[in-house]
Design a protein around this ligand. Sequence first.
Ligand SMILES: *Cc1c(COP(=O)(O)O)cnc(C)c1O
Length: 366
Amino acid sequence: MKTYNYGKQHLDFSDIMSVVGVLRSPFLTCGPKVKEFESALCAYTGSKYCVAVNSATSALHIAMLALDIKCDDEVITSPITFLASANCARYCGAKVKFCDIEETTANIDPLKIESCVTNKTKAIIPVHFAGQSCDMEEIYKIAKKYNLKVVEDAAHAIGSEYKGKKVGCCEFSDMTVFSFHPVKTITTGEGGAVCTNNEELYKKLLAFRSHGMHKDGAMKNNWEYEMRELGYNYRMTDIQAALGVSQLKKLNFFKKRRREIVDYYNNNLGLPHLIEKEFSNACFHLYPVMVRNRAEFYKRARAEKLNLQVHYIPVHTQPYYKEQGYNWGDFPNAEIYYKKCISLPLYPDLKNSDLDEIIRRIKEIL
Ligand SMILES: *Cc1c(COP(=O)(O)O)cnc(C)c1O
């Protein structure tokens, strides 16, 4: 019996040759491929600037640093996300204020954000869950009203559109973060990026990526540099960037096939699933469905060689965040969603015959 995981990268000969090209070149890192990948991401998303890094976690961290998030500040995000969306605020010592989700999209509920704002709030990190954009115009209005910054966690959402424009264009945000982990829509092995239209933020992101080092024309000698703040080594290698360049060329094909698969499940499976809003044209990263007895369903699926996954355990219920004062019961919609959700296989290599087989096995389990 064939095994199906919930996600899987698609790599072809052009990806392999792109990477081999770098291996045969003089620069394995700090070379031209990183810039090429960054330019390609700008061209795709419509953003002015892009900084590629070694993970989306690092990208979120330098986004927080560029906004000067500090101890005593507060950052708002969703509890239905991967840990990194919240942890980036903690890296800077800030408090994480979770805000409950909408039932139909599992995205942060814009109507609930205002009640989370205090005089310490500095930023909102909306997470585009499963690939569907949050209602960014609504979120941006709230941000403007209270003078907050907005960083989109678009780890799930490269290729997605909001109101006819690409996620990452930063029309309603200060920065947008992408992930290129292999389970995400395009991959560099490990990797991430921040897009922005703000030159000042861009310069800060560049510095935080590489030890807080600055080099400028005014310096007398080429070997001179100045460390002006505490940065990190979050650089992406040219090997990774080369993979990113060739993967990005396939993104429109990935998007098309992912949507076909989602439509196929919607039409042939009949399980409750997330709803796509009018403003969204998602490049779907996940296909979560709601099932009654999730633990039993998960176990039986594994016996049927379907390796499904739960996205996500609400972040506020993690022991670390319980120590910060959160507990079960704090965010009812997130918790109800969590108790039922399970993500089915969704990746471009799935053929319709695979989908029929997956649907057959799932109907057997139910
Ligand atoms: C995967 C993911 C991240 C972290 O991405 P890495 O590249 O693995 O660091 C952050 N946020 C969300 C919503 C994710 O799904």
